[in-house]
Structures are given as structure tokens and as C-alpha cells.
Design a protein around this ligand. Sequence first.
Ligand code: HMG
Ligand code: MG
Length: 364
Amino acid sequence: NRADYVRIVEVGPRDGLQNERQSIPMATKIELVERLTQTGLKTIEAGSFVSPKWVPQMANSSQILEHILQTNPRSPHPITYQFLLPNVKGLDNFLSIWQSQASTRLNAYPTPPQFPDNDQWPAFNTSSQDPNAMPAAPSGADAIGKERRSSSSSTAPEIELSIFTAATETFTQKNTNCSIAESLKRFEPIMTRAKELDLNVRAYISVALGCPYEGPNVDPHKVANLAVSLLEMGADEISVADTTGMGTAPKTAELLKTLGAAGVEKSDLALHFHDTYGQALVNSVVALEHGIRTFDAAVGGLGGCPFSPGATGNVATEDLVHCFHSLGAKTGVNIEKLSEVGEWISKELGRVNESRAGKATLAQ
Ligand code: HMG
Ligand code: MG
């Protein structure tokens, strides 16, 4: 019974690292991805194919993709890797690696590794004795998220694409140098090509709960209309992003209600909270109670968007996992192993580890 399963999308290697000023060695980026594969996380956003002039830190994402395709880092279960891209140029750069590795992918793993299925996955301590523990979510699509294409018949790592637009014109201009309508136009050929190649596409909507340029009151109907357009275009999932951390519990609830009223299924949604105002966990619990079962987070609370001045990291994955486990939800993530990764990468970057749950877990 996976009714109370929550899927965590670890965005640390992309959102987490993209805003670091210092140049991070390739080996560190790869080691971060590899360490994360050992924590029970099943989805990792590993890099982005954006302009290196705009985001120099992500310039070598093609090497990360190449490494993943060539080595298929061993983990106790299959991992899905996501790569972010804004336009056809990004898609072409992605495909030049992905397609050049096609024969390697087919030949590299003649014997499919035997992974335990989800029910046999070693049970980490996710049970809760708390009488107020969250009741199991209703069965059906809402409970575990949309049925996603699985790589179980293939031994190559599963790759997905992420595209991104935003709920305000100013942010869209600052982040991608185009209008919202132009950004949707850019996605059409990406979507067509991705479908032909059988690649899942997730679509981010940034500044859904507050914009650094247009203020905290972003119209939830605008977010909902964009979500509907992106789904109609073929997006497999919408990640609704609180880029600035301006979201609050009531605003989160209102946005989710508005999305529901517009016909967006909970199972098509992921929530992506940044923690600038310390509200990310509260907002996550509100979303969980609304039936959302996919959440983005970054180990060690890394992260930030270079085009959202003052915005800090994503909600720390360790904090989110600790919180969800306390509510009786299962994530499959081993909090001890994850906390070690958070501490390690914080030290590598010379940053303070922003995960309180991670630090407390290690201090136990
Ligand atoms: P532009 O300058 O308008 O691009 O940037 P252009 O189409 O005019 O092309 C100019 C040059 O860039 C050309 O090269 C292109 O080939 C090249 P030149 O002819 O001068 O040598 N170029 C590219 N190179 C590599 N990869 C590409 C690419 N596209 C063009 N994909 C563009 C427009 C969209 C490219 C730029 O604005 C960009 O890369 N923006 C990305 C910004 C970004 O990465 N932001 C952070 C990620 S989003 C985020 O963090 C939010 C999220 O976490 C959710 C949340 O929290 O809100 C997802
Ligand atoms: Mg983000």
C-alpha cells in the first residue's frame, strides 16, 4: 500500500548549485549526484541546458548527463534524472549528448540489475505513533501521483526534461528574456520532440506565490491558467514554484484551491518551495493536506535563482523528509544518509548547512 507515499524531487544539483558564485569542480557536482543516489531519493534534477552566459555554473551540465548515461550510477533502485532547458537550443544541446549515447545505453547493461520493487524497499523508520498522524491519502490517482512511465523494462537511467516559465511578465523577461506567451511558443517544438522521443516533460511555473519585481500578490488565476495551458500542451507534471519564498499558508491554500477549480488534478502537481521567509515547511504541510504528493527540495537547503534577488535556498530535503515522516508519510529516503550528504556538500561549498533536521540528525 503506497497510499501515503510522497515523491521527493531532489533539485540540489541544479537549483542548489546554479546560484553559487565560485566555480564548483565537475568532480564535486558528479559526487553530489552519486551520493544522492544512495539515499533512497528516486528523482534528481541533475543540471540545466541554459545559456552559459546567463548561468555560468551550469555550463558543464552536458558532462554530467554524459557521465550519468555512461556510468548509470549504481543505486538500490532506478533513478530518474531531470535536466532543465528553456528553448530549442537547450534541447539540441541535450539531444546531442543523449542521442550520441544511445548505442552505449543499449549495450552497456546487458543484464538488468534486480531492484527491489517499492513495497520491498527497505523500510526506513517512517511509521508514526502520533495519534494525530496524517490519515492515509485516498487510494487512486491522487494518492500516489500520476502513473509515470517507468524504466523497469530498460536498464538505462530514466531521463526527463524540465521547462520553465513564470506567472509574471517581469520575472519571465528577467529569467528568460521573453514574454510569458513567447515562452509558451518556445515550448511547443520542445514538447513535440520530447513526445516523439518518449521523454517526460515537467513544467515549472515560477513566482507563483510572489514576484521579486511585481510584488507578493500574484494572481492565482494566472498561475492556474498557465498550468492548464502547459498541461494541454502535453506537460506531464507542473511544478508550482514559490521562487521568492513569499508564500504563506493561506496563500498556498488559496492557490491550490484555484488550481483545483480550474481543473488541474492534484496528481499533476508538484510544489517547489524556497525558504527565504522560513515558511517552506508550513506551506508544504498545507499542500500535503490538500492531497499534493510530489515536492521539490534541495539537500542542505542549497539553492536560489540568480534572477530572483534576495531569494535563498529551497526547502532542505532533510527537513521535508523529517517533517513528512513525522506525519506518517513514506518517502523512501534514509534521513541519516541524506543528512551526511547535506553536511558534506555544505562543507565542499564553504556554506552553512541550512538544514536544521540534517544537523540535528547528525548530532544524535
Ligand atoms: P538570449 O540571450 O535571449 O538568447 O537568452 P538568444 O536566443 O538571443 O541567443 C543568444 C546566444 O545564446 C546565442 O549564442 C545562442 O546560441 C545562445 P551566440 O549566437 O551569441 O553565440 N543560447 C544558448 N546557449 C546554450 N544553451 C541554451 C541557449 N539558448 C541560447 N539553451 C535564454 C535566452 C533563455 C537562453 C537565457 O535567458 C537563459 O539561458 N535563461 C536561463 C536562466 C536560468 O537558467 N535561470 C535559472 C533556472 S530557472 C529557476 O531557477 C526557477 C526554478 O527553480 C523554479 C523556481 O524556483 O521558481 C526552476
Ligand atoms: Mg527554484
